[in-house]
Structure formats: structure tokens, C-alpha cells
Design a protein around this ligand. Structure first.
Ligand SMILES: Cc1cc2nc3c(=O)[nH]c(=O)nc-3n(C[C@H](O)[C@H](O)[C@H](O)COP(=O)(O)OP(=O)(O)OC[C@H]3O[C@@H](n4cnc5c(N)ncnc54)[C@H](O)[C@@H]3O)c2cc1C
Length: 383
């Protein structure tokens, strides 16, 4: 059976800058005509899968194709909070994503400031009597529960995974959008008008190129926003109840999440821009229209949360995409058009730990060492 799945892309997005840097640039190389494994998308998912493929099978030819640059998508614009569960809660056979994340990063020697002190769930009702957080945000916000988790430095995790993949001999191509995927006997990617044949392909393109991943009409792309404060004093962080470095998210609405970054800045996030089509991401500008209004709302909220934050300057404003699929469950399945094409993503804003954990799992599935999970009955059959 043959099918061509196109992925038209547009200009460079203007999503603003977060407070970390990504220290990785791929070497200019000619794309191979044939590889054993091809990975599409240079976010946490694609990079973890690529590094893990070469970690387990150093003799297989592995190539990653990234449309823009490493971290151009959600992973470079994330909050970096590591959470153990999916947005839909625990799923059958998921296992311990946080333990898996720690093990994979350790084995790949990726240093990205991973700490797992726990995560505060905060809310306006059922607040613990000794809550370290007492903020003002549509009522009094305080800690309702603590759950496992922590934080990473997203720039370091992206750079570290890319370096781990590259050091192990994977080929990484930036500015290499996969324009289409033809499925004949084996999948063939079209990169810059040239075919690249692969035994097996992983599509880790998240909220973009939904026609390629077969998720168009099945998952909703959204855009969400974040700000970072200028560096604060240790006493200010302590007055906010954040001295232990535990990130937080609200369990009721209006939604708010955040974390301490590099022990001095605080990142806060909230707000959702709804998009009719994922291509809206490519023209979205955080300095204009609805995204700018949501950022202004977030800034006001941050200043009113606590007296310590009243006059604090916000040094960074940015946003990035998330993809929400059916029942908020991640998509991890074989493509409807070809069993040797795996689709992984749509973490609904809970993708930092899961992307690395499931990316490594996808690599094991590509090598035939492990089955995919059965979180949904089947990929949708072709028409
Ligand atoms: C503001 C914000 C805050 C967040 N905070 C958290 C958090 O605190 N905790 C948490 O767990 N999750 C959080 N998330 C979600 C998390 O960041 C994502 O789930 C995760 O980064 C997804 O990684 P990924 O590799 O699957 O996708 P991405 O990082 O989006 O990577 C996909 C890549 O594919 C590339 N691509 C697309 N089409 C093509 C093509 N045709 N050819 C080649 N390449 C292509 C893109 O350029 C992109 O680089 C947040 C997200 C945002 C936006």
C-alpha cells in the first residue's frame, strides 16, 4: 500500500524567549539515502529515542530530522516540571516514569539539574493547615497535597540528549523538515526533496505536522504561556514558600503552575490559546493579540499573588504548543498507514518526564525489544 502524508510548514514562530540556552548545533552533513531508523522531531521525545537507539544498538544507522532547530517546539518552551503521571492519570502498564527518567538520563550521562523533591498541588479549598504557600489568587491559594516529581533545566536536558545522541553516532539534521512520508514496502521520508528510506520511523512532531502523524482532526493543538521573574533574593523565595524548590500547579481553576529556576528566578505559567489548525502556531506572535493579552493577565496575577512579588520585574515572556488528544491520553501507537511508523506525543502539557521515558520505550519497540502499550484499541484504520 502506498500513501503520501504531507507536512506543509511556514515561517519561523515568534514565541518569545525562555531563560535557558540550548547548547547544541548539528554538524552540516549530507542526508543519507537509507538508514535503519529515522526519527522526526528534535524535542525531548525524538532526542531521547535517537540517543536510546544508539545506546542499545551502536551499529544501527540512526538519523533524526528536525524542521527547525533542536528544542524549537514545546521542549524548548516548556516549564520543565517533571510529573509522574499522564494528564489522564496513571495508565495500564505505564510503570514509574520518574524512576525511568532518572535511569535514562543517568545511563546517557545527561546532566540537566534533575531534582525530585516533590510537587505541590495547590488550590483554593482543602488547604493543609501548615501550607508553606499562602497566596492570593481568586481566593487564598495554598498547598492541598504533595505528589512525586520535581524539575529539570530544559536547555540542559535538550543539549544533553542531543549530545548523547550525537556522541553515540546518531546523525542529527537541523533545518531538515520532513515534507512527506511515503509508505511503500518500507517508509520513505522526503527531506529537502530527497528520499530517505528507513526500516522504521518514529514521528515525534507533537503539535505540528499533524497530517504527517495522522493526528489531524484527532488531537487539538493549543498554545500556552509562561513568564519568569528577574533573580530574587533567597529570603523572597522563602517568603513565597518555595525554598525547598518544589514546583507547583493548581488543582482547580483558574489554572496556574510554576517553579523556581536556577534557585533564584520563578517561572509562572497559565493561559490557553485555541487554534483551529496547527499552522496557526507558525504565525502566532506572543507580542500581539490574544497571546499578548493572556501574558498581560498572567503578569497581573503574578504581581498580586504575594506582597513579595508586587514590584518584581518579569525578565522573560514566552509560550509554546501543547497537543491534547482523546481523553487527554498520550498517543503512542503504530501509524494507521504503516506498522513500521510509530507515532508518539500529545502529552497534554505533562510531557517532560513522559517524553524521555516513552521516547526510550519507542526506541526499544523500534528494535523489536518491547511491545507498545495498549492505551487505545487501535490506530484508526485508513479510509
Ligand atoms: C509553556 C509550556 C509549559 C510546559 N510545562 C510543562 C511542565 O512543566 N511539565 C510537563 O511535564 N510538561 C510541560 N509542558 C509540555 C512539554 O513541554 C511537552 O509535552 C514536551 O516538551 C513535548 O516534547 P516532544 O518532543 O514530544 O515535542 P516538541 O518539543 O514539540 O518537539 C516536536 C519537534 O518536531 C519538530 N517538527 C514538527 N514537524 C516536523 C517535520 N515535518 N519535520 C521535522 N521536524 C518537525 C518541531 O520543530 C519540534 O522541534 C509544557 C509545554 C509548554 C508549551
Amino acid at each position: 500500500m502506498g500513501a503520501t502524508l504531507s507536512a506543509s510548514r511556514g515561517q519561523k514562530p515568534r514565541w518569545g524567549l525562555p531563560p535557558w540556552t540550548i547548547e547544541f548545533h548539528s554538524e552540516p552533513l549530507a542526508a543519507p539515502e537509507e538508514v535503519d531508523f529515522a526519527v522526526v522531531g528534535g524535542g525531548f521525545t525524538g532526542l531521547a529515542a535517537t540517543a536510546w537507539l544508539r545506546h542499545l544498538e551502536p551499529n544501527k544507522r540512526v538519523a533524526l530530522f528536525e524542521a527547525s532547530h533542536i528544542g524549537a517546539g514545546s521542549s524548548g518552551h516548556t516549564g520543565g516540571m517533571t510529573i509522574s503521571e499522564t494528564a489522564a492519570g496513571g495508565l495500564p502498564g505505564l510503570g514509574d516514569a520518574l524512576a525511568g527518567l532518572s535511569r535514562i538520563l543517568r545511563e546517557l550521562e545527561v546532566r540537566c539539574d534533575l531534582t525530585l523533591p516533590g510537587v505541590f498541588e495547590i488550590g483554593r479549598h482543602g488547604v493543609m493547615p501548615n501550607s508553606p504557600i499562602v497566596w492570593n489568587d481568586s481566593g487564598t491559594l495554598g498547598v492541598t497535597r504533595e505528589v512525586p516529581g520535581g524539575t529539570i533545566d530544559p536547555g540542559k536536558m535538550l543539549s544533553g540528549l542531543a549530545q548523547a545522541a550525537s556522541k553515540r553516532g546518531a546523525l542529527i539534521f537541523e533545518n531538515a523538515p520532513v515534507e512527506s512520508l511515503t509508505t511503500e514496502e518500507s517508509p520513505i521520508l522526503n527531506v529537502h526533496g530527497k528520499p530517505v528510506r528507513a526500516r522504521c520511523v518514529l514521528l515525534a512532531t507533537n503539535a505540528e505536522s499533524l497530517e504527517l502523524s495522522g493526528l489531524s482532526g484527532q488531537a487539538q493543538p493549543k498554545f500556552t504561556l509562561a513568564v519568569a521573574t528577574e533573580p530574587l533574593q533567597a529570603e523572597q523565595i522563602s517568603s513565597l514558600g518555595l525554598a525547598a524548590g518544589k514546583p507547583f500547579y493548581t488543582v482547580d481553576l483558574p489554572y496556574l503552575w510554576g517553579r523556581v529556576f536556577h534557585r533564584n528566578r520563578i517561572i509562572f505559567g497559565s493561559g490557553l490559546v485555541h487554534l483551529e489548525d496547527w499552522r496557526g502556531l507558525l504565525t502566532l506572535n506572543v507580542a500581539e493579540g490574544h497571546p499578548a493579552e493572556l501574558l498581560a493577565d498572567l503578569e497581573r496575577r503574578v504581581h498580586d499573588l504575594h506582597p513579595v512579588l508586587r514590584g518584581v520585574r518579569l525578565s522573560h515572556r514566552w509560550g509554546g504548543p501543547i497537543l491534547i488528544a482523546d481523553k487527554w491520553e498520550p498517543v503512542f501507537r503504530r501509524h494507521a498507514y504503516h506498522r513500521d511508523v510509530i507515532v508518539l506525543g500529545a502529552y497534554s502539557g505533562h510531557g517532560v518526564a513522559l517524553s524521555v521515558y516513552l521516547g526510550a520505550w519507542a526506541a526499544e519497540a523500534m528494535l523489536g525489544k518491547r511491545d507498545l502499550p495498549h492505551w487505545e484499541d487501535n490506530a484508526n484504520a485508513p479510509d
